[in-house]
Design a protein around this ligand. Structure first.
Ligand code: V47
Ligand code: SF4
Length: 372
C-alpha cells in the first residue's frame, strides 16, 4: 500500500484529526516521511488550526534585547556567542538596557523579549537587576525573559532551587518565559549541538516550576541540523506530556536552523518544504497547545506567510533588534512594521489581531494601547 492509497495510514490519521483524536508518536513519524504528500499534511494541520483559532492570526509588537553575547557554553549551533575577550563581545550597561526599554515604549511596543549569554563574571543579581530596572522604569512593558537554560544556570550559580529563582524574578517584574533553549531533547543530538546546555529534564523542570507558580511560557524546537524525524517526534511528545500536566504553555515555535557562522556551517539550511512539514506536524501533534507561531525571522517572510496555511496562527512579531538568528545568516529583514505584518496576514486570507504576550487582544491608537 503506498502513502496515498485508499484506507492508507494517511486516511486513518485524517479520521483521527477530523474526530479530534490524539495522534500517536507513530503517526508523527509517518507524517514526517518525505513520501507522504506535504499538501495533504498541511490540509490536516489547517483543519486543526481552524478549530483552535478560526480565521484569526495573532501578531504582537515586540523588540528583542540581548544584554550580552558573552557565553560560557559556546554551543556548536550558535553564531551569536563570544568569549569575554573576543572581538565583538559585548555586555550592555544599565543605561543602554534602559534606553532599549524606552525605545520599545516610545514605539508603542507591548513586549520586550530578553535572552542572552551566560556571562562567566555576572552573578544572578545582574540578570535579576535587568528585570527589576526595566520593570520599575516601564511597568506596562511585558518582560518575557530568560530561557530555561539561563534559569537553570542561575539556580546553579546562586545555589538555590529553580523555584526560588523564579519567585525572585517574578517579584521584580518577570512576565513570562520565552521558549528558547529546548533545541532537540534527545541526548544523542543535544550532546553534539549544545553539549553544555541544561538537559531535557532540566528544561522541562524549569517550565514545570514556572507553570506551577502561575507563569506562562513558550516552547521551541530547533530543527534542520543533525536531528532525524524520530527526534522531532520525541521532542513534541515530551512537550505535549508536560502540557497535559500543567497547561502552562501558550505557544510552540519551531525554529529553522541557520548554519552560517556556526560550527555546523557545513550543513545546508532546511528547505521550505521541510519548514512547512514541521509546522504542520507540530500543529497536529501538539493538540493541547493553543498557538503555533511562524517566526518569520527564522523562516523568512515567504515561508512564514505560507505557514499560515500549514498550521500556524501567530506571526511573531515586529521583532526589532534581533541578533541570534541574524548573526547566523538569517536573510530576513531586521524588523517589520505593523502595516507589513497585517498585510501579510490579510493577504493570506486571515484576520490580523494584535495580542499582548498573554494572548489578550490589544486595542491600539498609534503608539497608545489598551487591552480590548
Ligand atoms: O534557543 C540559536 C535558536 C533560540 C540558532 O518564546 C538558532 O516567543 C537558528 O527561543 N539558527 C532563541 N536558531 C530564540 C527563541 C525564540 C524565538 C522567537 C520567539 C520565542 C518565544 C522564542 O534560537 C535558541 C536556539 O534554539 N538558535 N542559534 C541558529 N544558528
Ligand atoms: Fe550560549 Fe545560548 Fe549561544 Fe548556547 S545558544 S552558546 S547557551 S547564547
Amino acid at each position: 500500500m503506498n502513502a496515498s492509497s485508499p484506507h492508507s495510514k494517511l486516511d486513518k490519521i485524517r479520521e483521527k484529526v477530523e474526530a479530534g483524536r490524539r495522534l500517536s508518536a507513530a503517526d508523527g513519524d509517518y507524517l514526517f516521511r518525505d513520501d507522504v504528500d506535504l499538501h495533504a499534511v498541511g490540509e490536516l494541520a489547517d483543519l486543526a488550526r481552524q478549530r483552535k483559532s478560526g480565521d484569526i492570526v495573532y501578531y504582537n509588537l515586540n523588540a528583542h534585547l540581548n544584554p550580552t553575547n558573552v557565553c560560557i557554553y559556546r554551543c556548536a549551533l550558535c553564531a551569536y556567542s563570544r568569549d569575554v575577550d573576543d572581538p565583538g563581545a559585548f555586555t550592555m550597561t544599565t543605561d543602554e538596557i534602559l534606553a532599549r526599554g524606552q525605545e520599545a515604549v516610545d514605539a508603542g511596543y507591548t513586549e520586550l523579549h530578553i535572552v542572552g549569554g551566560l556571562h562567566p563574571d555576572k552573578a544572578f543579581e545582574w540578570y535579576l537587576d535587568i528585570i527589576r530596572n526595566l520593570h520599575d522604569a516601564f511597568p506596562r512593558l511585558h518582560l518575557k525573559a530568560w530561557s530555561a537554560i539561563e534559569i537553570a544556570r542561575f539556580a546553579q550559580i546562586a545555589r538555590r532551587p529553580v523555584r526560588l529563582i523564579l519567585e525572585d524574578l517574578i517579584r521584580v517584574g518577570l512576565g513570562s518565559l520565552p521558549g528558547g533553549g529546548a533545541e532537540i531533547f534527545a541526548p544523542e543530538v543535544r550532546s553534539e549541538i549544545c553539549p553544555r546546555k541544561a538537559d531535557a529534564q532540566s528544561w522541562l523542570g524549569v517550565h514545570r516550576a514556572a507553570h506551577q507558580l502561575g507563569l506562562r511560557s513558550n516552547a521551541t524546537m530547533l530543527y534542520g541540523h543533525i536531528e532525524h524525524a524520530e527526534h522531532r517526534v520525541d521532542h513534541l511528545v515530551h512537550l505535549r506530556q508536560l502540557q497535559d500536566v500543567t497547561g502552562g504553555f501558550q505557544a510552540f515555535i519551531p525554529l529553522s536552523f541557520h548554519p552560517e557562522n556556526t560550527r555546523m556551517a557545513h550543513l545546508t539550511k532546511a528547505s521550505a518544504a521541510l519548514d512547512l512539514r514541521i509546522m504542520a506536524v507540530s500543529r497536529l501533534m501538539l493538540d493541547n497547545f493553543d498557538n503555533v507561531k511562524a517566526y518569520w525571522i527564522s523562516l523568512g517572510l515567504g515561508t512564514a506567510q505560507t505557514a499560515l496555511a500549514y498550521g500556524a496562527n501567530d506571526l511573531d512579531g515586529t521583532v526589532r533588534r534581533e541578533l541570534i538568528h541574524h548573526d547566523a545568516g538569517a536573510g530576513s529583514p531586521q524588523s517589520l512594521t505593523v502595516d507589513a505584518l497585517r498585510a501579510m496576514i490579510a493577504e493570506a486570507g486571515r484576520e490580523p489581531v494584535e495580542r499582548d504576550t498573554l494572548y489578550r487582544r490589544v486595542k491600539r491608537d498609534g503608539q497608545q494601547w489598551t487591552l480590548a
